[in-house]
Design a binder for this molecule. Structure first.
Ligand SMILES: Nc1ncnc2c1ncn2[C@@H]1O[C@H](COP(=O)(O)OP(=O)(O)OP(=O)(O)O)[C@@H](O)[C@H]1O
Ligand SMILES: [Mg+2]
Length: 410
């Protein structure tokens, strides 16, 4: 590579390009001050939480809504304002926010609550260590701390559905019952945020009724709303006149058509801007949005494939081996069993493999269609939708598949 060219890249990075003004405003964690189209939701949450200023316990609250509908952003925004107001009034309210997906286990959630409340730094005796305590003991320590410090706590568990899916709802049971164990001027209220609308069905009826004292649904954004959100974000992120309206419209239309997801709309814009930057061009052209969409799809597929379970990967390899592009479940299952024996893996049942195929269908990695065979009945045809080269890329470091991949010359 030409050295001048390398220098130009570094120099551009140091001096900043003429395109992006504030990169931070395009990151996933960024929460803007203004959240248009969410006044009703913000008001409703603020009203629920305002009880904390009237010497009462705010009701527990469950928030539902599809991905990218602003749940996390709105909660963070309202919580920030609540904390500021509480400081002003010298009222001590704590609002630990934990994420059920990244915490992964119920114990890790307790650990993160203790960290967020400052228990671990402040009270040696009540420390919730990274590992080693029972769930009961860890919960007791958190409650003892609340009693000791006479605290009002609003506990926010974001992405609560993935926590419950993996670990059951014991942790919620303990917290929804906790108020019976502390005195009246202390409390712990719970806000659960879920992007699965059927999340509540998975809860024990006792937990369900106390957790959903109040409920709030966030609806997907319309294309028009996404457009306005993008216009606002462009003002923060880009220099004037670098993002044409056509580009904004296209991002809004592409994200709005599928899911009404603001994250998706902002991602499209960010990746399109990165493409422009890399080309050294000072406008985010409309055509870059389509390239961005392809790149995002590729990256998402790569992550999904790479992190799949071994058996899902074997199913995908079976689909490739079937090679006809149009195989039915029975044929795939036979190949799958064969590959399993080759890899010395115990095969799963055909029923489970059918489930895995329908999960892959939902993720858009395969398409399935029912074909009518006249008097021979009906059969399901399955077809991979992504190129073999992407699959190769995602599987190439898998140790269990190694011998098979070598045989396939991958
Ligand atoms: N009304 C809005 N105005 C401006 N930006 C918004 C608005 N709603 C969402 N966003 C932005 O869209 C992105 C996604 O929002 P957020 O993370 O709150 O979605 P979510 O509903 O929590 O999604 P998930 O269920 O996937 O966690 C964030 O970058 C956020 O800043
Ligand atoms: Mg969220």
């Amino acid at each position: 590579m030409n050295e001048d060219f390398v220098d130009t890249i570094f120099n551009n990075a140091i001096t900043g390009t003429a395109l992006i003004k504030d990169r931070r405003t395009l990151t996933i964690d960024y929460v803007p001050q203004k959240l248009p189209f969410r006044d009703k939701e913000s008001t409703s949450i603020a009203q629920t939480l305002s009880v904390a200023f009237k010497h009462g316990r705010p009701s527990n609250l469950l928030i539902f809504g599809k991905p990218g509908t602003g749940k996390t952003a709105v909660i963070k925004n309202v919580v920030d304002r609540l904390i500021n107001k509480a400081k002003e009034l010298n009222i001590h309210i704590m609002v630990p926010i934990v994420n059920g997906k990244s915490a992964n286990t119920s114990y890790k959630v307790l650990y993160e609550i203790a960290e967020a409340m400052g228990i671990n730094q402040e009270q040696k005796k009540l420390q919730v260590h990274f590992t080693g305590l029972s769930m009961g003991e860890a919960t007791d320590r958190i409650l003892d701390y609340i009693k000791l410090k006479n605290l009002k706590v609003i506990l926010v568990i974001d992405e609560i559905d993935s926590l419950i899916d993996r670990n059951g709802d014991d942790i919620l049971y303990n917290f929804t019952r906790a108020n019976e164990r502390i005195s009246s001027d202390q409390f712990i209220s719970l806000i659960g945020i879920s992007n699965s609308l059927t999340f509540k069905d998975k809860l024990d009826p006792r937990v369900r009724s106390s957790l959903s004292e109040e409920e709030l649904v966030f609806n997907p954004y319309t294309i028009e709303q996404l457009k306005q959100i993008l216009i606002d974000r462009c003002k923060l992120a880009f220099h004037n006149d670098t993002v044409p309206l056509g580009t904004i419209n296209l991002c809004a239309a592409m994200a709005g058509k599928e899911t009404g997801d603001a994250r998706k709309a902002i991602d499209l814009l960010r990746v399109a801007a990165e493409i422009a930057e890399r080309k050294g061009i000072n406008t985010v052209q409309e055509s870059y949005v389509r390239v961005a969409q392809e790149k995002i799809d590729r990256d998402t597929n790569y992550e999904i494939l790479k992190n799949s379970t071994t058996h899902t990967k074997i199913v995908i390899l079976s689909l490739i081996s079937a090679n006809s592009g149009d195989s039915n479940t029975g044929q795939i299952y036979d190949i799958y069993v064969n590959l399993c024996s080759h890899l010395e893996q115990e095969p799963l049942t055909q029923r489970r493999i059918t489930q895995i195929i329908s999960e892959l269908d939902q993720l858009g990695i395969v398409t399935t269609s029912i074909v009518n065979l006249g008097r021979y009945g009906r059969t399901q045809k399955i077809r991979l939708t992504i190129p073999t080269s992407s699959i190769k890329d995602a599987f190439k470091h898998d140790i269990i598949l190694k011998s098979l991949l070598q045989e396939l010359n991958w």
